[in-house]
Write a protein of this length. Structure first.
Length: 268
């Protein structure tokens, strides 16, 4: 890597250290090991960022793999501590931050698919995997983020897109995008996750419209209904007739009506 981690950290407000690697199995696995060591030895979790050029076993939600070819994306894990009261807001806030980065830096019409996948239209451009360990009144967070910078090629997921494909002629490269993301994220993490503002921003960036037909897989069970938004805890609200079902975690799929019946399209 050609990035100078020491030089970058000098400009940051919140992130105290930056580790850069050419190749790892998974930045989140490394982050979990560091967090476990800190907790076991009763030392504060550092506010740190781990970045790899390539992951051989990148992870997404529900134990899925995250396609992480060399020099094609930002593969990062942030170690960070937030007040325990903010924990329910973290998935929403991180989704807002990543979408905001793409919109403000590259003028990409990024939106959020519940809870925090980032899409352009129906194509996925970024995703996050958030894990937490509780310590008294604080939450030790391991926040994994993958952003596709260059096209992933024929081996990539069929529903993926990238910054270079969506940036409308702007010059894009992995190094400059990585530095821009570090600085943007650092600035956002220096602020509290205020509930009303986080909910407002998430709703404004949601790719879902009221009444959208959806199917959500929760624990192997499929729940079908209509999108009614999110509640004050960030749970998805799925309407089934007169009933509203509240979902804390699951795989949300859009249901598109075909000529004769609905066809479920998995966006993961």
């Amino acid at each position: 890597m050609t990035l100078n981690s020491h030089e970058i950290v000098q400009r940051l407000k919140t992130i105290e250290s930056l580790a850069l690697a050419t190749r790892v199995t998974s930045t989140n696995l490394l982050g979990k090991k560091i967090a476990a060591e800190c907790i076991e030895n009763e030392i504060p979790l550092p506010s740190a960022m781990l970045i790899a050029r390539m992951q051989t076993a990148g992870r997404g939600r529900e134990s899925r793999s995250w396609h992480s070819p060399s020099e094609k994306g930002i593969y990062a894990t942030i170690l960070h501590t937030r007040p325990l009261a903010e924990l329910p807001l973290v998935p929403l806030a991180i989704g807002v931050i990543v979408a905001g980065f793409l919109r403000e830096t590259y003028a990409i019409e990024a939106r959020i698919k519940w809870p925090n996948d980032i899409v352009v239209g129906r194509a996925k451009i970024a995703g996050t995997l958030i894990e937490a360990r509780l310590r008294e009144e604080a939450a030790a967070l391991i926040i994994g983020t993958g952003i596709n910078i260059e096209p992933l090629g024929p081996d990539g997921p069929p529903n993926a897109t990238s910054v270079s494909e969506q940036a409308r002629g702007r010059a894009v490269d992995v190094d400059s995008a990585t530095v821009a993301f570090i600085e943007f994220l650092d600035a956002q993490l220096s602020r509290p996750f205020e509930r009303d503002e986080t909910l407002r921003q998430w709703r404004s960036l949601s790719t879902h419209a009221p009444g959208d037909a959806l199917s959500c897989v929760v624990g192997g069970r499929s729940i079908e209904g209509r999108w009614q938004g999110i509640d004050e805890q960030g749970r998805a609200m799925i309407g089934q007739g007169e009933e509203t079902i509240f979902i804390s975690a699951g795989d949300l799929m859009m249901v598109e009506p075909a000529a004769d019946e609905g066809v479920v399209k998995d966006e993961e």
